[in-house]
Design a binder for this molecule. Structure first.
Ligand code: AHR
Length: 631
């Protein structure tokens, strides 16, 4: 293999490898958003979903759900607990999201918005308990006010339990109103109160992602327009964020999740903050006046599109505007006076066809007129080899689109076959965002799909083609990102978790290796003057990194026999040692798991070089990253 280390073919964009976040598979509520109480504001249907009546020591009472939709349309329900006994405890238990995961010695912060009825002196006693009823930690509260007020109390758990529950007891005869019943671990990402699950964010931060795309995915579109994602409803006080039935709630009839709602505790402010925390460029995707074309496919008449377009313009002002602007000022009030420096936005998720283009044109004109610097992402739909996809590609090319969002959920073989996809792509038109992709071991979104090594290896091979063509492919992200082992709708997924633990799949490690070692400049790597893209089952690409002064080679052996690989490096001198990072398994069906989270994970060793040559025996079924300092 000949590498011309001084011949730059393309620059690798800092945004090249990023993250696609969607609230699917309990990625937000029950996942990244660390709230432990399910249905905290009684907005699910039925209103007491996730809650059961509990009594102890002879306590008696009743619970009533009150509807105040006229007064508080965005948070219409609360409960009244009436205690009828003078002794004992009466109340509600919350089951959490597939249980509440608690850790020994962790501090938990309970809060509730409560209103004491006249002449009542109800006291609250809250406790975490395991399945046998053993109390793990508890605290007492005396809500004194007859107007709504927020009360907080903290307590520790004395044990680690995967599926605990929360009892909220009232004592003393009388009545009290409760809303926003909440429990968070004190240890969250950056220890922000009401924040995000630290282990999950850490996995994202470890990837050093170039961008964070949010909030989806199909949930951007909604099943119908009424249930589309509306960012303005996801910011500010959490008790004023209107809940929504998650679009994935009953998507798959054989594994419905009727308790899947969006509380929007993870809303747009949190997404921007997350992107900033992990050093990723924010990439919001907005509804373009079309509901999901796999569902109702509703469209807004063109003459009624204004509010949708206004949402996009206002979002840019919210992210970037000075504090003198309406939306920039709101951002400051929410705690972030400094702009988020938004540079990109997506118009529609997986849209296609005749309805998309006229709406797309209106959005593009309005945004570019006001914010010419914004790069806009346009959807090509979900069928990467289909006619509509090509039609849209040509159309958008003619309309000078900035970035085209391609999605590929295909077989491992498709990924191997498509490593040359961009080799002869038209360089003059829009850039490519490989916005959602994942090899499917069985079929698209089949419940039997596995995050196995065969899939990850095929993605690694495919990605050599993305990297080789970094002049046209500017961004790429695996999808979906997260899945709760007891609450998923779609598989495969990049990171799996339960209530306490999480693990990166082999696919995660492929993404991480590309992202960490993306380099700054693509240099030619050739065999017999050809790009290395499937010869003898080998796929390879090379970059240099002007910051670390390294040459970085990605070399994927997709075959079942070892390969002798000799690299001759031209144009630059190498230091005498290199680092070889290998990700591999002999078994293509191998997976990682909660119990064996790093079965397939990068292993690093030093190799000696002779002059400007690198000679290696490359293991079967392996992804290899060779990093060598240039002298
Ligand atoms: O990633 C899961 C879904 O796949 C996304 O929501 C959608 O964009 C695609 O169809």
């Amino acid at each position: 293999y000949i590498i011309k280390a001084d011949s730059v073919k393309a620059h690798v964009q800092p945004t090249m490898y990023g993250i696609f976040f969607e609230d699917i598979n309990m990625a937000a509520d029950g996942g990244l958003y660390a709230e432990l109480v399910k249905n905290r504001s009684f907005e699910f249907f039925p209103s007491l979903m996730g809650w059961t009546e509990v009594k102890k020591d002879g306590g008696e009472g009743s619970v009533e759900v009150i509807d105040r939709s006229k007064e508080r349309p965005e948070n219409p329900h609360f409960v009244t607990l009436t205690v009828k006994s003078n002794s004992g405890y009466y109340g509600l238990a919350n089951e959490g999201f597939r249980g509440i995961g608690v850790k020994k010695d962790e501090t938990y912060s309970f809060s509730v918005i409560a209103r004491q009825h006249a002449d009542s002196k109800i006291e609250l006693h809250v406790e975490l308990a395991d399945a046998n009823g053993t109390v793990l930690g508890h605290a007492d509260l005396k809500p004194g006010n007859q107007d709504w007020e927020k009360y907080n109390v903290k307590f520790k758990s004395n044990a680690t339990v995967q599926k605990a529950h929360l009892n909220v007891y009232a004592k003393n005869a009388g009545a009290i109103d409760l809303d926003m019943v909440s429990l968070f671990p004190e240890h969250t990402w950056k220890n922000r109160p009401g924040g995000l699950r630290a282990d999950l964010v850490q996995k994202l931060a470890d990837m050093k992602p170039g961008f964070l795309r949010f909030p989806g995915g199909c949930i951007v579109e909604g099943r119908d327009l009424a249930t589309r994602y509306q960012w303005k409803k996801t910011i500010g006080d959490i008790d004023k964020r209107e809940n929504l039935i998650n679009r994935w709630n009953t998507e798959f009839k054989h594994r419905p999740t009727p308790d899947y709602y969006q509380s929007f505790g993870l809303g747009f402010m949190e997404y921007f903050q997350l992107a900033e925390d992990i050093g990723a460029e924010p990439l919001p995707i907005l509804n373009c006046g079309m509901a999901c074309q796999f569902n109702t496919g509703q469209t807004v008449p063109l003459d009624q599109l204004d509010p949708y377009v206004q949402d996009a313009l206002d979002l840019i002002e919210f992210a970037n505007g000075s504090t003198d602007t309406k939306w920039g000022n709101l951002r400051a009030q929410l705690g972030h006076p400094v702009p988020f420096n938004l540079k990109m936005m997506g118009i529609g998720n997986e849209q296609w066809g005749d309805n998309y283009i006229p709406r797309w044109k209106i959005f593009i004109k309005a945004i570019k007129d006001k914010y010419p610097y914004m790069k806009l992402v346009s959807s090509l739909g979900p069928d990467p080899d289909g006619e509509k996809f090509n039609f849209l590609n040509n159309t958008f090319r003619g309309l000078n689109a900035d970035i085209l969002d391609e999605h590929y959920y295909r077989s491992p073989q498709w990924f191997l076959d498509n490593s040359k996809r961009y080799d002869n792509y038209d360089r003059k038109g829009p850039k490519i965002f490989a916005g959602e992709y994942a090899a499917q071991s069985v079929g698209i979104a089949s419940p039997d799909n596995k995050n196995n090594w065969q899939c990850a290896l095929s993605e690694a091979a495919f990605m050599t083609g993305l990297e080789r063509n970094a002049d046209v492919v500017n961004m790429a992200s695996y999808a979906p990102l997260f899945a709760h082992v007891d609450g998923w709708q779609w598989t495969p997924d990049e990171i799996w978790f339960d209530n306490l633990r999480s693990y990166g799949t082999p696919n995660y490690y492929v993404q991480e290796l590309y992202s960490l070692y993306k380099g700054t400049d693509v240099v030619p790597l050739k065999l017999n003057n050809q790009a290395v893209s499937g010869q003898n089952g080998v796929y390879a690409s090379a970059v240099t990194d002007s910051k670390t002064h390294e040459l970085i080679i990605k070399f994927i052996n997709s075959g079942k026999v070892s390969q002798s690989a000799g690299f001759v490096i031209k144009g630059k001198k190498l230091k005498s040692t290199a680092t070889l990072i290998t990700l591999r398994s002999d078994d293509l069906t191998a997976v990682n798991s909660l119990d064996k989270p790093t079965s397939i994970s990068p292993v690093q060793r030093t190799i000696q070089l002779s002059g400007n040559k690198i000679s290696l025996t490359v293991k079967p079924y392996s992804m290899n990253v060779i990093r060598v300092k240039l002298s």
